[in-house]
Every structure is written in C-alpha cells, then in structure tokens.
Design a protein around this ligand. Structure first.
Ligand code: IPM
Ligand code: MN
Length: 389
C-alpha cells in the first residue's frame, strides 16, 4: 500500500532530527582551545562522511570565563550544556591561580561545579598501550604489551566535594571526605556492567585499612557483587595499586575507585600508553554527558601548536559511541592508530622529529576522508603535509 505523503514527510523529518546532534564546546584554558579545535575538525569530517550534523555551541569555563565574566562557570554555560546532546571540554587551569593559594575564585571550581550540577558521577578513563609507542615508554615493552583496562573514577563525591575549612589564623585546614551508599552503588553498578561485558574482573581500589569511607566502599561493593556472579572481584589498597599498575598492569580489567584515588592513578596509568596527552575520558550522569582528555591545561605549551590532540580526539570518539555512533567512533580510533603507527606524533611523544597539533589533526581528518592509502603517502608524511593541501 502506498504511504500517504505526510507520513513520508514526517519520517524524513524524524530521520533529519535523529542525525542532528547539539554539542556544547567548552574549550577552556591553556592548550584546551587548540586540542578541541582538532576534535571539532574530526567530528565535522565524520559528519560529512556519515551524513550526520553536529551543531557546535561554544561556552565559557575556567580561567577564560573568570577573565571574561568573573565567574568560573557562568549560568549561560550551564544552560548550553543542559540543552546539548553532549559536551566536549578542553582543559581547565592557569598558573596565575596555581601560584596563589589565597585566590578566592579558581578556574577548577568551574569544572567541579559543572560535574556536580550535571551529576556526572562516573568518570571513565580507558588505558591502552600502543605497540608503535612501546619503545618510548620508560616501562619495558613486555610489561605494557596488551595492556587494556578502564578506570571507573567516582567524580562528584569524596574529598573533592567535602566541607573545606581553614581556621582564622590560617594555620589549620581540613577537607572532609564523605560518601553515601547511594553514591557508591550507582557507579559500582556501571563498573560491574562493563566488567561483565569485558574480561569479567573488577578491582576496587581503596584504603580500607585506614579510612572509614573506604570500608563503606568495600561493604557496598561486596553486596553488589552478588548480583554479578560471573565477575571476579578483587580489593587492593591504593598504595599497593599504585605499585601494581607499574609492575603488572595486565592484571587489571576494570578498576573502580573513589574520586581522588582515581585522579592520581589515571595520571600514573597514562605512562603505560606513552603520554598523558593520549588519554581520553567520558563523564556520565543522569543529564548530558561530558567528554574531555585527562590532561590539564599545560600552559607552557599553550598557543604553540605542539600539544597532543589525541586525548581530545579519542574523547570525541567516546562521545560518538555514547550517541550511538559505534561505526563512526571506530573510524576515529582507526585514524588515530594509523597516525601513531606512522609516527605522526606530537612533541610529547617525539621531542625532536615531531608534528604540530594541527598537522596531526589534519592527517586524522584525511584518513577519515579516505584520502590516505597505506604506502602511497610516505612522501607526504615525510614532508609533514597532510594529503589534501
Ligand atoms: C582531572 C583534573 C581535575 C581533577 C582538576 C583540573 C580539577 O586533574 O580531570 O583529572 O582533579 O579532577
Ligand atoms: Mn587529574
């Protein structure tokens, strides 16, 4: 039977709407803008190839926002984020605040407030090793070959968000570390679910021999574990975990941990990949999800076109996965792997024979646009030019 015209039209409209994604872009400070610019280039290339439309809306955060509005997280930014399908964030931080412990307003408050406002309670940080970079790691190749684990870091609780106090004389200060059962449960369920889909091993990292909050984590995780009987659960104290990540990182599949331990261990784990500039993350909650590289604002490199854009580009790949575009995400990851295999890498990885941030981004875009054939472009690669000039 023939379909009435108006149905076809509404079908078309529906398809059009399904293929349009609103992305809030929070470039932030330091190298944030230049690495995020590369991710936007990549998403645009993906959009053209797969007939998807990304509508990017920029908003202020961090030191940049303080300079322009006196606030690290203006209300306008929160509004843009809440109306978007996903958020792409660059980096936060500026040395003028780092060196001033008395500053009342700090750039990091913007990021922390955003995480809290959007209830982004689970920060997911995958750690993989790239064969072409093995020789660059300070760790021996046999230790890092085949490493593939993911850190589930709790992001809206713990010592980051507890009561902060300093006495009047400014001689005593305290930071409270607090967790509720519910806060632990919601991220633990996510971590168990992913462990079930992966190699079925979950390691809870805590300091249960000393901290009350850690003992609550253990208790709650032990209870939840009974519902995921095929997942093996391991418990490690954080000091031991810090050592095990370097000694034998292959033992890990899913690491579940609280806010500050996750922050510290993920920087440490980035050494396995070869550079902190390579690690992406996603932050998931009940509202719009956020995607950001794990590195900071790296002010010494800002504006020099030397920062590694891969952490941001792989965060964009996680964004694509989150929005149901698995094939698109896989293509971005293949493009990244291709640049790494061909040593098209930035200064953090290759201090002398390096490529610029924008050139690495350009090669990744070319790969996505199918403008690169293996073996045919060695001359261009040697000339440090992407294939479309
Ligand atoms: C991170 C960063 C942030 C954190 C800072 C910038 C507040 O180090 O995302 O890992 O500590 O969470
Ligand atoms: Mn960190």
């Amino acid at each position: 039977m023939e379909q009435p015209i108006n149905n076809i039209e509404s079908d078309l409209l529906l398809t059009a709407k399904e293929n349009v994604f609103k992305i809030a872009v929070l470039k932030g400070d330091g190298i944030g803008p230049e690495v995020t610019t590369q991710s936007i280039k990549v998403l645009q290339a993906i959009g053209e190839q797969f007939k998807k439309e990304f509508i990017f809306t920029e908003a202020l955060i961090g030191a940049d926002a303080i300079d322009k509005t006196e606030e690290p997280l203006p209300q306008a930014t929160i509004d843009v984020c809440l109306k978007s399908d996903a958020i792409l964030l660059g980096a936060i931080g500026h040395p003028k605040y780092d060196n001033d412990p008395t500053a009342k307003v700090r750039p990091e408050q913007g990021l922390l407030a955003l995480r809290k406002k959007l209830q982004l309670y689970a920060n997911i940080r995958p750690v993989t090793s790239y064969p072409s970079l093995h020789t660059l790691s300070p760790l021996k190749p046999h230790i890092i070959e085949g490493v593939d684990f993911v850190i589930y870091r709790e992001l809206t609780g713990g010592i980051y968000f507890g009561k902060k106090e300093t006495n009047e004389e400014g001689t005593i200060a305290s930071d409270e570390c607090k967790y509720s059962k519910e806060e632990i449960e919601r991220i633990a369920h996510l971590a168990f679910k992913v462990a079930h889909q992966r190699r079925k091993k979950l390691t809870l990292v805590d300091k249960a021999n000393v901290l009350e909050t850690s003992r609550l984590w253990r208790k709650v995780v032990q209870e939840i574990a009974t519902a995921y009987s095929d997942v093996t659960v391991d418990f490690l104290f954080v000091d031991n975990a810090a050592m095990q990540i370097i000694l034998n990182p292959k033992q890990f599949d899913v690491i579940l941990t609280e806010n500050m331990f996750g922050d510290i261990l993920s920087d440490e784990a980035s050494v396995i990949s070869g550079s902190i500039g390579l690690l992406p993350s996603s932050s998931i909650g009940s509202k719009t999800a956020l995607f950001e590289p794990i590195h900071g604002s790296y002010p010494q490199a800002a504006g020099k076109d030397i920062a590694n854009p891969i952490g941001s580009i792989l965060s964009a790949a996680m964004l694509l996965d989150h929005l149901g575009m698995a094939e698109e995400a896989a293509l971005v990851r293949a493009a990244v792997a291709w640049t790494l295999n061909n040593k098209i890498v930035t200064k953090d990885i290759e201090p002398i024979d390096f490529y610029f941030t924008s050139t690495v981004g350009g090669f990744i875009v070319d790969y996505i646009n199918k403008n690169i054939n293996e073996g045919m472009n060695e001359e261009n690669i040697a000339l440090r030019k992407s294939t479309v000039i």
